[in-house]
Design a protein around this ligand. Sequence first.
Ligand code: XIL
Length: 343
Amino acid sequence: MKKYLFLLGLLIVFITACALWVVKGNNDTPLRILAQRNHLYIGAAVNGWYLTDPYYANTLTREFNIITPENAMKFGPLSPAQGEYNFTEADAIVNFAIENDMPVRGHVLVWTNQLPDWLLDRQWTRDELIEILRNHIFTVVGRYRGKIMAWDVVNETIADDGTLADNFWTNGIGPDYIEMAFRWAHEADPEALLFYNDFNAEGAGPKSDGVYGLVADLVQNGVPIHGVGFEMHTTIDWNVDPTIMAANMERLEALGLEVHITEMDVRIPSPVEPAALERQAEIYRTVMRACLEAANCTTFIMWGVSDAHSWIPWVYPGWGSATILDEEYQPKPAYWAIHTLLK
Ligand code: XIL
């Protein structure tokens, strides 16, 4: 009898352990699975040319459940000459996503950077620019109609002081280019969620108020906009108070808008010290927690699959190690920080 009770006890312990393992996940459970249980999309920015590298592709499909093109859908990379488009890389990314059942965040329709030379090389009238923008949006959004979950329609058009930035589109067309872009994108793909995307907009201050003011006006004017992207390219000195970030997401929610973390990376000065990796982990954890706790934060995307594919060393010399996987795709403390939190 005792023997049976003992065996029964063992069986119960075993079944409980298995159940806990299934429900909670263990260390081998990829981020994607843990994120799904939290009703969250977790993703990375990708470069289409790397998708044929099996390590890269396997890491992507194992860890992430959403992708965004890092450069392939920008105006310059897409359009070598006026009216001409080369969709090779963008198509590769969208096809990879469809094959692997991952949604795509389209990035980006209207930005002042990475514009084609043919567009920058001459003067245009306002009407010409409106026609160019309209054609661009209908061509790109139309091509991927039904295949893009969300588009960054307009990028980075609020200055640090909260006013409309001086840039190619505001100078060439004027502030209403923003509204036009959202309306055309919606017409070209009525199912796609449409986002305004910017950096340094997650905290408090003139920039975040400027972004809020812009999207509040759009909502009020009946412009089709569904969310705001917080880029979150930070350094290890980032220290926005999470309650402020929460309040910021809440006021966007009150407008009926979603929030996506769209481009997160946390750069570290070289040489990388262990304490910096811990600090980086803390920042990733804080932002992930803020997103999980906000009712309207549904997507968390990082800018690059691993440190081997990050833009940081190129654009910020002396800085690096900005993603959650190292150059050999090994998890860093930041990986485990969000892994543990999602668990
Ligand atoms: C960056 C890419 O990562 C680089 O490869 C490229 O040279 C420049 O653009 N904000 C954005 C992204 O919205 O599109 C930028 O991506 C990073 C800043």
